[in-house]
Design a protein around this ligand. Structure first.
Ligand code: DQA
Length: 144
C-alpha cells in the first residue's frame, strides 16, 4: 500500500526514490521467495488521500488480508489517523520506505507515527524495500 506522491515511482526524483516502478515488484519477490512466490497474492493500492488509505485498510480487515506492506509516504511522519487505524485492525504490517529516511536531511522524516503498529521497518533499498518486506511478512506468517 502506497500513500501520497508514490503514484509515479521511477519518475519522481529518481535520484532519491530510484528508477524502478511498482511493476518491478513481482519479479523481485519471485527472486527472494522462489517457489513460495506462487503461494502469495499481491495486490497494490495507492492513494494521495489519507481517508482513502484508511478506507482501504478497513477493507483489508474485512477481507481478512494476511499482511500489509505500507509505505505511507509523508503521512508516515504526520498521520495519527493512519496510526489509529493500524492499531485496531491489527493486521501484521511492515513499514517500508524507498529512501533511507534516517539519512535524509529533514528531521521530520526521522520519526514515524505508524512504526509502533508495525512488525518492523525496511528503508533505503528502493522498490527492493517492498520485496524484502514481503519476504519478512512471509517468514513471520509461516512461523505462526
Ligand atoms: C518515503 C519517505 C517519506 O519521507 C516521503 O515523504 C515519501 C517517500 C520513502 O519511500 O522514502 O513520500 O516514504
Amino acid at each position: 500500500m502506497n500513500g501520497p506522491n508514490l503514484g509515479f515511482l521511477g519518475q519522481r526524483q529518481p535520484e532519491i526514490y530510484g528508477t524502478l516502478g511498482m511493476d518491478a515488484l513481482p519479479d523481485l519477490v519471485a527472486r527472494l521467495l522462489g517457489e513460495n512466490a506462487r503461494r502469495i497474492r499481491l495486490t497494490e493500492f495507492q492513494s494521495n488521500s489519507e481517508g482513502a488509505l484508511i478506507d482501504r485498510l478497513e477493507e483489508a480487515w474485512k477481507e481478512r488480508v494476511d499482511g500489509i506492506v505500507l509505505n505511507a509516504g509523508a503521512y508516515t511522519h504526520t498521520s495519527l489517523a493512519l496510526a489509529d487505524c493500524l492499531a485496531w485492525i491489527k493486521i501484521p504490517c511492515v513499514e517500508v520506505h524507498l529512501s533511507n529516511v534516517h539519512a535524509r536531511s529533514s528531521h521530520l522524516r526521522h520519526t514515524s507515527l505508524v512504526a509502533k503498529h508495525c512488525l518492523g521497518a525496511i528503508a533505503g533499498f528502493g522498490v527492493m524495500s517492498y520485496a524484502l518486506a514481503v519476504q519478512a511478512l512471509w517468514q513471520h506468517l509461516s512461523q505462526q
